[in-house]
Structure formats: C-alpha cells, structure tokens
Design a protein around this ligand. Structure first.
Ligand code: SF4
Length: 343
C-alpha cells in the first residue's frame, strides 16, 4: 500500500477524530512499519486501547488480552511486536519461547500488574493452603508462575466456575474480584487488610487483593447519574475493572471485545463506554453511524506510551526484547495454557 492509499484509508476511518496533517504524517510511518514487518517476517498485535491512528493502520490482529494471547499462541512469524503493555508482551513470550517478542516502549507498565508480587502470592498460599489461585492476566510472569490458572475480564467467571471448589483466591484486581463475586454469588474477603478490618475466615469463598486499574477506578456512580440526567436515552457500558457499584449502575458490562460487539450488534441512540478513552475513539471510527459519548479525561498512561514512532524503531532496531527466565516461564505457561482451554 502506498503512503497516499494508507492516508486515504486512515482518513475514511479517522477523518472525524484525527487532524488531517497528523493523518498524513502517521500514514507515512504506518507504511514504513508495514514494509519492515514483511521484510523481517514480523507480526504486530494491537490492543484495543491503542491510539486510533496506530490501531487502524499497523496491527495484523487487534483485540483484548484474551484474543491477543490466542493469536500469540498461533503465529508463525519470527518476531512478535506487541503494541500493548509489558505484561501482555510477556504473555506472548511465555507462549512463544523461541520467537523474538518486542515491546515498543519499556515504560508501558500497569498499575494492576505492579500491585502484587510473587512473594505476595506465596504468602497467600501459606495462609490458605490448598485453595486454588486464579490470577488476572494483568500480572507479571513471576506472579503467573505462582498461579494455578490465569483469567481475563472476558473469561473470569468461567475460570472461577471451572475450578469447582468452594473457595478461590482471585488476584489482584479488587473490583474484578467483586464483580466476579456478584455474578457467581460468592462472598469475598480481603485478608490483606485495612487495619481493624474484621473478616470471618470460616465463611469466605473468594479471597481478593487490593489492586486496582488506575483508569477504571476513576469512574463513579455519580458520573453515570450525571450522564443519564443529561442524556436519558444513553446506554452505558462498563469494563469489569470498574467498581461493582459502577457496574451495577451500567446497562452492560464486559471485556473490551464484548463492549465492541455490544455496540456493533445493538442500535441505541447513543452509548457511553466507561473504559480507556482511546477505545471509544476506535469504536467510533469503526461505527461512524453510532453516537458515542466520551469521558476522555481517562487515558491509560501506560498504553499511551506506545506510538507509531516507537513501533517503527522497535522493528528497525529490534528493541525492546522481552524475555522471561526459563524457570518462571515453564511454570507460568501452565497457568496461561490452562486458561486458554476454558475459552
Ligand atoms: S488500562 Fe488499567 S489495567 Fe489496562 S494497562 Fe492501563 S492501568 Fe493496566
């Protein structure tokens, strides 16, 4: 595809959300990236939270973490460039130990992944012996290695139910755990403790951790009430990393891909997505006939690190290589592959 053809394609999708001079500049970068991709037999995986010009130009596959984990497991490319955050690139490496996995910026972290360590998981196992550990994929490889099974926001309930146990340790997202508890009817405790907090440890079913996504924790029930007061016909979709109160006040809750499908398959007068704001732009670009409201002050600072410029440098210089030590990888892969069999 020539630069002009790429520019025309991007303009059709993004003409309403990205200024024209920026589209021309980004179309040139995108064409260079796509050429290098071919030369180096690379594949680009793009998370739904990538900025619109990147999202609609260079990924071979776009999706949520679960879909991208599956693509990472199936690719026969030599190089995987992960346009997402570090824990996602690590998951790709765990599933593809012989391939080169690159992330365009080493600054792309995650508040959830940073909220818990492998030592924390071992301490919980000691405190609750025999209780299976489910960890959200938004964790680093050493934490996955201490887990029995991973989950994403799209399959968390199915994963918890697949275990068939009365009690589950569910880490590290406090709000996702609360939402899973609500759906499964399990009672949740947090043994790590606000001083003075009392728990009846004989009556727990889901054991959580106080990690939060710094983006989704910002949405409030008051935001929902304000938007509904102004737009009574709005349909509100929230990600399960939002608080259980926000999820309960929404019309639909699901993973990023479930939200995209919901918008595509319904016909509401207008939608509000309570999630990372680039995703609202991406859905709006793909569904120009749909009316999307924005609460766009909430951009993930980690996802925001990934740019077309750095993606080009990643392929030019083969940087930054993501590695997972073998002793961690062989344990983590069991938890990830077990998740992939659940769906
Ligand atoms: S949106 Fe939240 S969960 Fe996703 S990478 Fe950013 S901080 Fe982590």
């Amino acid at each position: 595809m020539t630069v002009d053809e790429m520019y025309q394609k991007m303009k059709r999708m993004l003409g309403d959300v990205v200024p024209d001079f920026e589209l021309r500049y980004k179309a040139k970068l995108a064409v260079e990236i796509n050429q290098l991709k071919k030369e180096k037999n690379a594949v680009i995986l793009g998370h739904n939270y990538m900025e619109p010009a990147l999202f609609h130009s260079v990924p071979d596959y776009a999706g949520d973490s679960l879909e991208l984990s599956r693509k990472a497991a199936q690719t026969d490319a030599d190089i995987i460039v992960f346009c997402g955050v570090k824990f996602m690139a690590e998951t790709a490496k765990i599933l593809n130990p012989t391939k080169t996995v690159l992330i365009p910026s080493m600054k792309a972290g995650c508040s959830l992944a940073e909220s818990i360590t492998a030592a924390d998981v071992r301490a919980l196992r000691q405190k609750f012996p025999g209780v299976p550990v489910v960890t959200y994929v938004n964790t680093y490889a050493d934490v996955k290695a201490e887990s029995d099974i991973c989950c994403t926001s799209g399959n968390a309930v199915a994963v918890v139910e697949s275990l068939g146990t009365d009690t589950v340790i569910f880490l590290p997202d406090e709000y996702l755990a609360g939402n899973v508890a609500r759906i499964t009817g399990k009672r949740i405790i947090f043994p790590t403790l606000t001083p003075g907090e009392k728990v009846d440890e004989l009556d727990y079913q889901l054991i959580g951790w106080r990690g939060r996504c710094e983006v989704h924790e910002k949405f409030t029930v008051q935001d929902i009430q304000n938007v509904r007061a102004q737009f009574p016909d709005v349909v509100i979709l929230s990600h399960p990393e939002c608080s259980p109160e926000v999820v309960a006040a929404s019309d639909f809750s699901g993973s990023t891909s479930a939200m995209i499908k919901y918008v595509e398959q319904t016909d509401a007068p207008r939608y509000l997505l309570l999630t990372e704001c680039a995703m609202g732009d991406n859905i709006a670009a793909a569904n120009p006939d749909k009316n999307m409201l924005r609460l766009c002050s909430v951009r993930c600072p980690h996802m925001n690190q990934i740019t077309l410029e750095d993606t080009l440098k990643a392929l030019q210089n083969i940087q930054y290589v993501v590695d997972v030590p073998k002793d961690i990888r062989v344990r983590a892969v069991q938890a990830v592959e077990r998740m992939l069999t659940i769906g």
